[in-house]
Design a protein around this ligand. Structure first.
Ligand code: FMN
Length: 303
């Protein structure tokens, strides 16, 4: 089944501070994955916002060569969110200032408060900030004060351990600190990427704050995206692992294709791309426009 664009809430524009997203389907940040090439593909498939790999605030300040490479993007990716990580409010603010003095300037700056990797957490950054909500708020306040022209968002997890949910408290503090939207990945840091995302936590966060909440976790297709949106009251969804090996999935979500699970073919990505079922759906729903004149999207759909 294909949901018509007029019935698909994910296709409505979303304002994140001063940045207008053409729809509510966001490519989540994935270190080592969301390179410029991957982002461009996702944008061509209709993503409303794409996010870079995370970048270290210190790496930026010390002009680390790899870090500077991560900052590169091309105009066709816009709107682009650049994700920063750091635990020191002053360093993060300085990194934001440096970022905004460079060209091209991102449309959104996202603060990573969910990375569970030991190397990041042991510095007090990433998910470690969930264990210190006051510091998380100080980092966000410093970043929003420095980012005078660009909205600052943050992405959090449920907490450090499964039984210890701090997402609502952290979300409230981040909102007070001035963030413009919040990504919520409702798994604990200790879970890494195991188990199901508990979107009742996303719902609790969405009810507690007024800024848009973007639900991240188990967005495996259009049906899942719409279910999570309805369940949580979130403003939009973030697509992550499901786009790995099956980047066309993002286009399925934009098209509102809720038919048989395209992941049935994911064991071999190219099968997913060329499956007769998928081709038939596209024949019904419309071909890709790939228009250069407007924001890339799907033919006949709001961009
Ligand atoms: C390989 C990989 C790298 C990731 N890197 C980041 C990152 O740099 N920043 C971040 O906020 N989340 C990162 N994430 C988390 C995703 O953005 C997303 O929140 C998570 O995978 C849950 O969504 P899913 O269940 O749909 O995969 C990463 C996930 C994966 C699988």
């Amino acid at each position: 089944m294909v949901i018509g664009p007029e019935h698909n809430p994910l296709l409505e524009p979303l304002d994140v501070g001063s940045a207008r997203l053409p729809n509510r389907i966001v490519l989540a940040p994935m270190a080592g994955v969301t390179t410029s090439a991957f982002r461009r593909r996702m944008k061509a498939f209709g993503a409303g916002l794409v996010t870079t790999e995370m970048v270290s605030a210190y790496g930026l300040l010390y002009e680390n060569r790899r870090t500077l490479e991560y900052l590169r993007f091309v105009p066709e990716e816009r709107p682009v969110a650049l994700q920063l990580f750091g635990q020191d409010p002053q360093a993060v603010a300085a990194a934001v200032t440096v970022l905004l003095e460079r060209e091209p300037r991102p449309d959104v700056i996202d603060l990573n408060m969910g990375c569970p990797v030991r190397k990041v957490m042991k510095t007090g950054a990433g998910a470690a900030l969930l264990g210190d909500p006051a510091r998380a708020a100080a980092v966000a306040a410093a970043a929003t004060a420095a980012a005078t022209t660009v909205p600052v968002t943050a992405k959090i997890r449920s907490g450090l351990q499964p039984g210890e949910v701090v997402a609502v408290e952290v979300a409230r503090r981040l909102e007070q600190a001035g963030i413009a939207a919040l990504g919520v990945h409702p798994r604990a840091a200790s879970q890494l990427y195991r188990g199901r995302a508990d979107h009742s936590i996303t719902a609790a966060v969405a009810a507690a704050v007024t800024v848009p909440v973007l639900a991240s976790g188990d967005v495996t297709g259009a049906a899942a995206a719409l279910r999570i949106l309805a369940l949580t009251g979130a403003a939009g969804v973030m697509v992550a692992r499901s786009a790995l090996g099956d980047p066309w999935l993002l286009a399925d979500i934009v098209l509102g294709s809720t038919g048989p699970d395209p992941h049935a073919t994911r064991w071999w990505p190219s099968c997913g791309v060329f499956s007769p079922w998928r081709l038939r759906r596209w024949a019904v729903a419309g071909p890709f426009a790939g228009s250069a004149s407007s924001s890339p999207g799907i033919s006949g759909r709001p961009a």
